[in-house]
Write a protein of this length. Structure first.
Length: 309
């Protein structure tokens, strides 16, 4: 009889102890915000892969000072969250290139690197776009910073890295002031000078690094009638393009006409009055004269020589 009472007492004490332990665990979890769902929502293989990644980070970074966690990768490096989502941010590759391309920011590393979302060397990037015989490259950031680097100063340590919703540049072999952030345009300068303006040989990349002008083109009025109130509302759409102004390339007052020689050997002539506000720039794989008061069909494409007559 006494043994039976003892067993019941032990059972009661055990239950009370278990409840107290459970309350204590819940209290500790609520205080330290322990992510219990790590154990319930993720497979062992996923946790194993993540631990390997963390260990690789620890090999490069001091664990007590700058150890990389999921938070630092996502919030500080950027461009690693939602890798399947196509952000509209673009990096323009232009200048003396075969064709102007716009690269989505979140494809910049995933597409051209064996280590996506980490880094991409400048040499690997240029090789991808078959750019080998270049003289320099210029990085243009969204806040207006320009960084120009000669080919001889580009080493294996020069690389592009993820940065928030864009990319950044860094190299252990260059001063930290060259480490541009938020790059939106990369301008390539070739060794060759295939464009002739007057008696001077140059290239469209060199012109884009010089004095440039922005103009508004292809303005169009658009209208829409609301089904809710029956009112028709209108707006103006247009494009903004940048290039070297004709007035900065030639002394237009000296000439009556400007002659443009195209790659196929044909010649197009305009009175100075018609192209005095025009600019020269690169679009797709053409050097093109953009005339603000004319439509795209009247622009001059594939120019290799400009002369005043």
């Amino acid at each position: 009889m006494k043994s039976s009472k003892t067993k019941k007492a032990i059972k009661v004490v055990s239950i009370l102890f278990g409840v107290a332990a459970l309350v204590a665990i819940i209290f500790v979890v609520s205080m330290k915000q322990l992510p219990i769902r790590v154990l319930t929502d993720y497979t062992f293989s996923t946790l194993w892969e993540e631990s390997i990644t963390m260990h690789e980070c620890a090999e490069c970074h001091e664990t007590e000072e700058e150890f990389h966690t999921c938070s630092t990768c996502h919030d500080e490096h950027g461009s690693v969250e939602l890798p399947g989502l196509s952000f509209y941010n673009m990096i323009e590759l232009t200048g003396d290139v075969a064709e102007v391309v716009f690269i989505p920011a979140n494809h910049f590393f995933n597409t051209y690197s064996d280590l996506p979302n980490t880094f991409l060397t400048v040499d690997d990037f240029l090789t991808k776009w078959e750019i080998t015989d270049y003289e320099s490259l210029t990085l243009y950031t969204r806040d207006g910073e320009f960084v120009s680097i000669n080919k001889d100063d580009i080493t294996n340590n020069a690389m592009f890295l993820p940065y928030e919703d864009g990319i950044r540049f860094a190299s252990d072999d260059l001063h930290v002031s060259t480490w541009a952030k938020g790059i939106v345009r990369i301008i390539i300068i070739s060794e060759e000078k295939p464009l002739q303006i007057g008696q001077e040989r140059t290239s469209i990349g060199r012109l884009l690094l010089g004095k440039t002008t922005s103009i508004t083109v292809e303005e169009a009025k658009v209208m829409f009638r609301s089904e809710e109130d029956g009112l028709t509302r209108e707006a103006i759409t247009s494009s903004r393009v940048e290039g070297a102004a004709m007035a900065d390339l030639l002394d237009l007052e000296k000439y009556e006409n400007i002659e443009f020689t195209l790659k196929d050997g044909s010649i197009v002539v305009f009175p100075v009055e018609e192209i005095k506000d025009a600019i020269l720039t690169k679009q797709r794989d053409f050097v093109v004269l953009i005339i603000p008061d004319k439509g795209r069909s009247d622009w001059v494409f594939d120019i290799i020589k400009i002369e005043g007559k």
